[in-house]
Design a protein around this ligand. Structure first.
Ligand SMILES: [Fe+2]
Ligand SMILES: [Fe+2]
Length: 476
């Protein structure tokens, strides 16, 4: 049973009221968070009533309570999955020992860094997406955007709770800094590159929620295995919310492609100009957006060969996603073979200690998960009778982190000359012309039951509500 205290200032299931100094510290941080939300959160809709899901507990009927709320009054709470009694460490060097309820001194700084890095991405994405309401394709989409935003806010709360509860003064300072860094800020940017990329159009938003939120899923899955039990339980609950974010991305891209195919079928053409003139997005442009966001998100997993990831695994801090699916949970003497980069700048088979390959193993699980949507989209395209296939570019393409950083690789994964790379890169990524075209489509649609022309209407509403339900009451 979870002990929920929803009536308090900070809804929580961590018995906050029994720890007065922690409660005070969080109550001190709360108004700063709210200031950040009003200044850096969704622009222009803070007074609107939005049909939102709020977590009021972690059990089946409590974690998704729906109702209309003004976003600044959203009840951001602290929820951890229930404790599993006698939980034991299940990977690394200390298998079988009890998991930790406090931070072991030796791992303090590395755990803090893991939590801060995860925490930093949450408010970053809210900042990246803050202008999108102005160009929403429908009230349904507007509501989904805000749902993602408030939940990223709650994920920030989740990490800030850990910092405050387990890391003393350093933790409190880190919690403040999480509100001080800002996405894209020249002097004080967010920690990870992708989270400084502006998201000013909905094509990018759907790509971000499909590809970048999915990186979040895999990071959370790895942390959900952690021997630091409060971190594991926090991440387990965050994953239930994260699933919706990726669904927003997947259905968004699907609806975009559906609309394109509709236009292609109506006009009986695959001419890019004709499709664009009809106000839909050609599949070639969608491919370039996939190339951009997929390659950018791959960097978030870190380097292919990493001693940090080996240490985090050995110490039991961060496991592999779905660790129990693997046979060997120690991986002390095992190896991993993959296509690496030789000193002569060619692709060469290399074998490294398994523990050093944890980033790459996680990245591969992520790529397999990304493929699912691609297969679905390609089925739609094929069913419409067109011979165009959307593809994920090679994981070596356009990397900025890891062994492929700065190596000239084409989307098929082949190393090419610098000259060829420089000449062709522009054709693999959204061009200025593409961006201009996409921006020209971004017109706000807020009439009930209407959807912008570049994207198909959703095929089902939220929480069994009608598609035509007024998901956001705009402040007139
Ligand atoms: Fe999140
Ligand atoms: Fe997310």
């Amino acid at each position: 049973m979870t002990n929920l205290n929803y009536q308090e200032k900070i809804p929580n299931n961590v018995d906050l009221s029994t720890d007065l100094s922690l409660q005070r510290a969080l109550e001190h941080w709360q108004p700063k968070f709210k200031n950040w939300w009003t200044e850096m959160g969704p622009e222009g809709f803070q007074a609107s009533d939005v049909y939102l899901r709020t977590a009021t507990s972690v059990d089946a009927d409590g974690w998704a309570t729906y109702g209309k709320v003004k976003m600044p009054e959203y009840r951001w709470g602290i929820f951890l999955n229930d404790k599993v009694e006698e939980r034991k460490i299940h990977f690394g060097d200390n298998i079988g020992e009890p998991v930790w309820q406090q931070v072991p001194g030796d791992y303090r700084s590395i755990l803090r860094r893991l939590i801060v890095t995860q925490g930093d991405t949450e408010p970053a994405s809210v900042e990246q997406q803050r202008e999108l309401g102005k160009t929403c394709p429908s009230l349904f989409d507007l509501r989904n955007l805000f749902q993602v935003n408030v939940e990223e806010g709650r994920h920030l709360w989740a990490m800030v709770y850990l910092l405050h509860a387990y890391f003393g003064r350093d933790g409190r300072e880190e919690a403040e800094a999480l509100l001080e860094r800002n996405s894209g800020d020249v002097d004080n940017p967010r920690i990870l590159g992708t989270f400084n990329e502006p998201i000013t159009d909905w094509v990018s938003f759907f790509m971000f929620t499909y590809f970048t939120d999915r990186d979040g899923k895999y990071q959370l899955k790895s942390l959900a295995e952690s021997s630091f039990d409060p971190l594991a339980r926090t991440c387990q609950f965050m994953l239930t919310e994260e699933a919706h974010h990726m669904q927003v991305g997947e259905t968004g891209i699907t609806r975009m492609i559906q609309r394109t195919l509709e236009v292609m079928n109506e006009l009986k053409t695959d001419s890019i100009d004709a499709i664009r003139n009809a106000g839909a997005i050609d599949l070639q442009t969608i491919q370039r957006y996939i190339n951009f966001w997929f390659s950018s998100s791959l960097d978030l997993f870190g380097s292919e060969i990493s001693s940090n990831s080996a240490t985090a695994f050995a110490n039991g801090l961060k496991g592999r996603p779905d660790e129990m699916r693997y046979e060997d949970h120690s991986e002390k003497n095992s190896t991993f073979t993959f296509d690496g980069l030789s000193l002569e700048n060619t692709i060469e088979t290399q074998t490294i200690p398994m523990r050093n390959a944890m980033n790459e193993i996680t990245r591969r699980a992520y790529v397999t998960d990304c493929e699912v949507g691609l297969k679905r989209w390609n089925r739609l395209i094929k069913k419409s009778g067109y011979n165009i296939e959307l593809k994920l570019p090679s994981t070596r393409f356009r990397r900025n982190i890891g062994i492929w950083a700065g190596v000239d690789v084409n989307p098929d994964g082949k190393i090419i000359s610098k000259n060829e790379y420089d000449n062709k890169l522009g054709s693999w990524l959204p061009s200025e012309n593409d961006k201009e075209f996409i921006n020209s489509l971004m017109v706000q649609v807020t009439e009930v039951n209407k959807t912008a022309g570049w994207i198909a209407a959703p095929n089902r509403g939220i929480n069994n509500m009608d598609i035509g339900y007024e998901y956001v009451n705009l402040k007139k």
